[in-house]
Design a binder for this molecule. Sequence first.
Ligand SMILES: Cc1cc2nc3c(=O)[nH]c(=O)nc-3n(C[C@H](O)[C@H](O)[C@H](O)COP(=O)(O)O)c2cc1C
Length: 272
Amino acid sequence: MSLFTIDETRCKRDGLCAVDCPAGCIVFEKGGLPVPHEKKQAYCLDCGHCMAVCPADAIRLDRFEAGGAPLDKSLRISLEQAEQFLKGRRSMRAFRDEPVDGALLDRLLAVTGYCPSGHNARPTRWVVAHGADKVAGVAEAVAAWMRAESEAETPLAAALHLPGIVRAWDKGMDLICRNAPVLAVAVGPRQGITPREDSVIATAYLELAASGAGLGACWCGYLLAAAAHDAGMREFLGVADGEAAYGALMLGHPARRYTAIPPRPEPTVRRL
Ligand SMILES: Cc1cc2nc3c(=O)[nH]c(=O)nc-3n(C[C@H](O)[C@H](O)[C@H](O)COP(=O)(O)O)c2cc1C
C-alpha cells in the first residue's frame, strides 16, 4: 500500500500538503505532483494534516477508509461564543433521573478522537458504565475502598476526607458518583509518549462535548484515587497491569442550570 493517493485532476500543485506535514513525509517539486518521501514516509503520524490543509480535496491517505469531512464554515464560532462556552461550563453534581441516549454518548466519545495527543498516538480507551445501576455498582466499589482506607486510618483517607464520604454513603448519599446515569473512564497505557496527558485531554474534550450537547459532567476524582491505589478497583474496571485510569467523568442530564459565570483570578503569567 502506498502512503497516499493524489487525484491529479484536483491537485492544484501548491505543495501545501508537503509544507504542512509535520513528519516531512511528502516531497513536492514546483509544477509536479506530491510524492511520498522515500524514507520519511515511514514516519507518517496518521494525523491527516495533508488532507485537512488541501483546499482541493486532492489527497487521501491510503490507510484511511474515508476522506476528510469538509469544515462547515457556517458553524464557525466567534471568540465571544468560545469564551461564553468555555467560561460557562461548570462541574455538574446533580443529575435528573433520566437515561442518556446511547447514540448521543457514542457521538460524544467519538469527538474525543479528535483531541491532540503526543505523536497522534491516541492511546486512550474508554470504560463506560451506562445506566444508573451500573454507575452505582462502581460507586459501591469505590466506597468499599474508601471504607478500608478509613478503617486503616491511612494518610490518604485523611487527605481526601474519606471517612466523611463513607458516612454519607452509609446514609444513602452518593458523593462519589452523584447518582449519575453515566460514568466514562479514560484508560491508557502506563508506558508511551504522553499517555497521561493524552487521556486527560480526551476527558476534557468529552466534558466540553457533553456541555455542547446540554449534558452535565463532573470529573470523578474519587474513582481515579481508588483506581490509582487499589488493584481490586482496577480489576473491577478492567484496567490491565500495564494501564492506568487517567480520567473519569460522571455524565447525565443536568438537574440544575447555572446562570452566571463565577469570578476567577487572572492567570499567573511570566513573560520571557
Ligand atoms: C482531576 C479532577 C478531579 C475532580 N474530582 C471531583 C470529584 O471527585 N468530585 C467532585 O464533585 N468534583 C470533582 N472535580 C471538580 C472540581 O471540584 C471542579 O472542577 C472545581 O471545583 C471548579 O468548578 P467548575 O468545574 O464548575 O469550574 C474534579 C476536577 C478535576 C479536574
